[in-house]
Design a protein around this ligand. Structure first.
Ligand code: ADP
Ligand code: ZN
Length: 521
């Protein structure tokens, strides 16, 4: 059996790194024991090494499934430059090139083969792989397999075939963003056998999180920029047109800005990207197409001109700031009009009713993050299943805390209603129960008979929604996307119900207008 010592030597020899990062070592050790592994690690955490090193030291070929065709070439070139024989197969190659690569696989000449899911599942490919000695399957961007995730790719669900066809070959699934349900889905859908799950912290404490009202955003941006002389940053915009017009407006105001979106030609995009990497241009106004695979460590700030569609996307985009660990900023503009626009956009695309519903709920979580009056980092991490011990001290809410009131009684009413409706009510229905509404849904379920029926009559529907979202954000409740968005109790809710834990709630107020104090740098 291959040992972790050999892996350490390979890390040094091929990658030039002195030692593994803490979690990498455990992960690789587990892979070498032929076990299935799930890795959740933020972008930049060092996921690639987790399968590339085993690929080098294990006999045979490691097959890497990745949806990012655009990045395959770069990754393979980087491996080749390190002296590791690697290749890729996807629809961009000629038949001749594919044939050559397949032959190299059969001759055992390659250590890593990157394939798109389409290629992997194309006819005859899996039987071809049976003639190759496959040491390991790595499924990158594994969240794409889950229809509960934010980037569902139907072709990924066919990856079930891997374990069916290769029951004894270990699988390592990796992702940088997956809420709790998606994490579970990855394991189930890939048929992983009792996998070891590694979750590294998603916290990026050096990024200051801020939300501001969307009113007058251009002036707010130039005001922000005037205090960040030449610091490189990205403004994410919703549409291609918006990236261009904002870049032009910024240029007209004397800033060194450019734009980037998927509608530009490849050379145009490369030029914009290069200029930003070399610090020739300070500001890129971009759609979310920008940033994937870009390794620029000194991005000092990220602005969201519009509300992102979901928290997963928001987290990934702000994560492009401050990779070097130095103090950085994420500024999000929030306006209700943006939410309405986004809702309309989602609803227009009615092809898949269930997906639309899910996207709307995710958007609502994003909206509640923007409206929230509790530590933003706490909310963000809770979303990915990580509970913080204390508030972060580096977000606008922590710096400028809102006044709270003792909401224990309200929380108890809500949680007890959740319990008494057997965790079968979604938010709308629960509010109806709390407010004692007599509609058919309530009556049919017999919820007018539960003890807490009408116990929260004195609070408006809107306020109940806000309080319940605060509770969700704080981990006092969970929402089961896969069970009709019903609300579920958590360990923390039990503490409130049975152990006298206190709950502070915030009365809703407009997002704060004033600029939070800047940290000295
Ligand atoms: P991810 O895929 O998680 O986004 P990468 O695998 O691209 O992250 O790694 C991020 C960066 O960290 C890369 O520049 C990589 O070379 C570097 N890196 C990874 N592992 C180590 C290590 N053990 N020691 C030093 N640098 C590392
Ligand atoms: Zn905070």
């Amino acid at each position: 059996m291959v040992t972790i010592r050999e892996a350490r030597e390979a890390l040094k020899l091929y990658f030039g790194y002195e030692k593994f990062r803490p979690m990498q070592e455990q992960i690789i050790d587990t892979v070498l024991q032929q076990k299935d592994v799930v890795v959740l690690m933020p972008t930049g955490g060092g996921k690639s090494v987790c399968f590339q090193v085993p690929a080098v030291v294990l006999p045979g070929l490691c097959v890497v499934v990745s949806p990012l065709i655009a990045l395959m070439k770069d990754q393979v070139e980087a491996l080749l430059a390190n002296g590791i024989p690697a290749a890729y197969l996807n629809s961009s190659l000629s038949a001749e090139q594919q044939y050559k690569t397949e032959n190299e696989c059969l001759e055992g000449k390659l250590k890593l083969l990157y394939v798109s899911p389409e290629k992997l599942l194309s006819s005859g490919f899996l039987s071809f792989l049976k003639r190759v000695n496959v040491s390991l399957f790595a499924v990158d961007e594994a969240h794409c397999i889950s229809s509960w995730g934010h980037d569902f790719r139907p072709e990924y669900t066919q990856l079930k075939a891997l374990k069916q066809q290769f029951p004894t070959t270990p699988v390592i699934a990796l992702t940088a963003t997956a809420d709790k349900l998606t994490q579970k889905d990855i394991q189930e859908q890939l048929y992983l056998r009792d996998p070891a799950v590694f979750i590294s912290s998603f916290d990026r404490p050096n990024i200051n999180l801020m939300v501001k009202p969307g009113k007058d955003r251009f002036n707010r941006i130039t005001d922000f920029l005037s205090r960040r002389h030449r610091q490189p940053g990205i403004v994410y915009c919703l549409s291609r047109k918006a990236t261009e017009s904002l870049a032009n407006k910024l240029k007209a105001s004397g800033y060194n800005a450019t734009y980037y979106h998927a509608g530009m030609s490849a050379p145009q995009r490369a030029r914009a990207q290069e200029a930003f990497l070399r610090d020739d241009v300070q500001i890129v106004c971009a759609t979310i197409a920008f940033g994937m695979g870009i390794d620029k460590s000194n991005v000092r700030w990220v602005i969201h001109y519009n509300l992102p569609k979901n928290i997963e996307g928001y987290y990934q985009e702000i994560g492009r700031a401050g990779r070097d660990g130095a103090s950085s900023e994420a500024l999000l503009f929030y306006s209700f009009a943006d939410v309405m626009n986004m809702r309309n956009m989602l609803q227009e695309n009615e092809s898949d009713q269930k997906q639309t519903e899910l996207q709307l709920v995710k958007l609502e979580r994003m909206q509640q993050f923007a409206e929230a009056a509790a530590c933003r980092r706490r909310i963000l991490l809770q979303y990915f299943g990580e509970t913080m011990e204390k508030d972060c001290g580096n977000c606008d809410i922590c710096r400028n805390p809102p006044t709270t009131f003792d909401g224990t009684l309200l929380a108890q009413k809500a949680l007890s209603a959740v319990a008494r409706t057997q965790e079968q009510a979604n938010m709308g229905l629960l509010v109806d129960v709390l407010r004692g509404a007599r509609n058919s849904q309530v009556l049919q379920a017999g919820f007018d008979k539960v003890k807490t029926y009408g116990a929260g009559r004195d609070v408006s529907t809107l306020d109940w929604n806000r309080y319940l979202h605060q509770m969700l954000n704080g981990g006092l409740l969970e929402m089961a996307y896969d069970q009709g968005y019903t609300l579920k109790l958590t360990e923390q809710s039990r503490q409130v119900l049975f152990e006298g834990r206190k709950v502070q709630l915030v009365k809703f107020e407009e997002v704060k207008q004033d600029e939070p104090a800047m940290k000295p740098r």
